[in-house]
Write a protein that binds this ligand. Structure first.
Ligand code: PEP
Ligand code: MG
Length: 579
């Protein structure tokens, strides 16, 4: 029977496929015991499954090409490390030896035991480790009946062919996404998760449609159901009828037309109808993003989130490792400026090396961004030296996240200056023109921007956080619905204040939060006076089209009306009324 469900769109595109439903967490394996005589064979079955799982991970890692190899490979390595964890292996052996559990049941018991420990700790990082654990244990379980030939996985060991499937799961780990895509999975629907999560950002890079927060999905979708998933609207249709299929095909045709039309804008200037050139830069998370940014004619990288490198490493990346990544970004942009945001860990981003403070009462208001880097001077200096070295290869900008006061910028400036001197003393060609900027994402910094604008060469507004802090609405909490929205008179007034202060001081002000990449808001941002946008490459051409269709002077002339709006409805009405 046809059912329509809703979730939150997290990665664009539509797909038509079969549902593959993965029920959450607990391995649903009934208790099963074996005899003492069967113990050696059962142990062998378990260890074969572990070997096969290890080989699968290795094979997947080898299959990933280019940038994906680097970005996702680290996640796979983490999973492989879990597989080699002596305690985990020892406990599983013991459950088979002493309790005479069948291997599948031993996996379930061990998983539940560890999960109880993880779940008892109210810590986002440990919770994400639980997903990793489930993933690894689930794979071993799936491989229990595989064989080894000459110590290598037998013919059953190849990952299951799931081409044409749409995965429906409780949640999804970033490493799984890459694997699913390699296996031909068409889209993913999760009951939990948020469009601003790590997995969502990766899904967008992989061009894998993703709908998150579809709370009813696991209860209403059965294995093998036909699904249409729309990553643009968040709609999921179970057992679509003829009209749905027709509409789906029409949407695909429309999307293809749209792509062809947008492709024509690749080499076109980002110029408004009245002849004003807007700076359109890209946010990059991976080497692939950098390649797309370059290909789509981005004016540079407006935001390189360096913490991704730290999130994907088991320990702290060395100066050398960081330098290679940063230099590749600079070379990849071939002379266009690259903005490295210094490490923005903390809040929902916890690293594996344990820099981010665990168990903070209120992590979004805690030791994150520049507060954390200033508290870990050595780690910060290593990063600044790596960036300074990369600056010898092309124009580089340094952007400081979570700035709330002047003192922080002074401290970072001092460190950056020292880092440049240090790498030069070692014979590297660091530039003496590294542009220095502050992110405006703390409301107090946005109000008091006049108090530190003399210290920076540019500003970049991070609306994802600025909106959450202004409206006291968690950006990761889908339950808040419309409460988290930039269409609030208070937000617009503050944005206007920052842009105006920048204009008066003749300092460029960019915007790198998600709304900069949302073409629905382009005219509104132009009306506020924004002239530099930075966004994920996947939305760059749409925003360029919106800019090319806009009349900037007419929008600026209408900005006073925008500032009079008293609520969201008023702002939406304004948007409908302007050219
Ligand atoms: C922001 O806060 O708007 C931003 C761009 O940074 P992030 O999303 O990485 O916090
Ligand atoms: Mg931010």
């Amino acid at each position: 029977m046809r059912v329509q469900l809703g979730g939150h769109p997290a990665s664009r595109g539509s797909a038509l496929g079969r549902a593959r439903v993965r029920q959450p967490r607990a391995l649903d394996v009934a208790e099963k015991r074996i005899t003492a005589k069967q113990v050696p064979a059962e142990l062998e079955r378990l260890h074969t499954a572990i070997t096969v799982t290890r080989a699968e991970m290795q094979a997947l890692r080898e299959k990933l090409q280019g940038a994906l190899h680097k970005d996702v490979g680290e996640f796979i390595e983490l999973h492989a490390m879990l597989l080699d964890d002596p305690e985990l292996l020892h406990d599983l052996d013991q459950l088979i030896r002493s309790e005479k559990y069948a291997a599948g049941y031993a996996l379930r018991v061990q998983r539940d035991k560890l999960a109880a420990v993880f779940e008892g700790m109210d810590d986002a990082y440990l919770k994400s480790r639980l997903d990793d654990l489930d993933h690894v244990i689930g794979r071993i379980h799936a491989n229990l009946d595989h064989t080894l030939i000459d110590g290598r996985p037998g013919k059953h060991a190849a990952p299951k062919g799931v081409a044409g499937d749409i995965l429906v799961a409780d949640n999804i780990a970033p490493s799984e996404l890459a694997q699913l895509q390699a296996q031909g999975v068409l889209a993913v629907v999760t009951a939990q998760g948020s469009a601003l999560s790590h997995s969502a950002i990766l899904a967008r890079s992989l061009h894998l449609p993703l709908v998150v927060g579809a709370a009813q999905a696991l209860g209403r979708i059965n294995e093998g159901d036909t699904l249409i998933v729309d990553g643009d609207s968040g709609a999921i249709i179970v057992e679509p009828n003829g009209d749905d299929l027709h509409a789906y095909r029409e949407r695909l045709r429309e999307a293809a037309r749209e792509r062809r039309e947008l492709a024509r804008l690749r080499s076109k200037p980002t110029r408004t109808r009245d002849g004003f050139d807007v700076v359109l830069a890209a946010n990059a998370e991976s080497g692939e993003d950098i390649a797309s940014a370059h290909e789509l004619g981005a004016a540079g990288l407006g935001l390189f989130r360096t913490e991704f490198l730290f999130l994907q490493s088991a320990g702290l990346p060395s100066e050398e490792q960081q330098f290679h990544v940063y230099r590749n970004a600079v070379l990849g942009m071939a002379g266009r400026p690259v903005t490295f945001r210094t490490l923005d860990l903390g809040a929902d981003k916890a690293d594996h090396a344990g820099l981010a403070v665990a168990n903070e009462e209120n992590p979004a208001l805690g030791v994150r961004g520049v507060r954390l880097t200033l508290a870990h001077g050595d780690v910060f200096d290593t990063q600044l030296r790596a960036i300074a070295r990369a600056s010898g290869y092309g124009p580089v900008r340094v952007l400081v996240p979570m700035v709330s006061r002047r003192e922080e910028l002074l401290a970072v400036k001092r460190r950056l200056k020292r880092a440049v001197a240090q790498v030069r003393a070692r014979g590297h060609a660091a530039s003496d023109r590294i542009q220095f900027g502050a992110m405006i994402e703390v409301p107090a910094a946005a109000f008091a921007v006049h108090g530190f604008i003399d210290l920076v060469d540019f500003l970049s507004i991070g609306t994802n956080d600025l909106v959450q802090y202004m409206l006291a609405a968690d950006r990761n909490n889908e339950a808040l619905g419309e409460l988290y929205s930039p269409l609030h008179p208070g937000v617009l007034r503050l944005l206007f204040n920052v842009l105006e202060t920048g204009w008066q001081a003749r300092k460029p002000v960019a915007m790198c939060g998600e709304i900069a990449g949302d073409a629905r808001f382009t005219r509104l941002l132009l009306a506020l006076g924004l002239t530099e946008f930075s966004m994920h490459p996947s939305t760059l051409l749409e925003v360029r089209r919106a800019i090319r269709g806009a009349d900037r002077s007419a929008l600026l002339a209408e900005s006073w009306r925008l500032m009079q709006c008293r609520d969201r409805a008023g702002i939406e009405k304004w948007l409908d009324s302007v050219p």
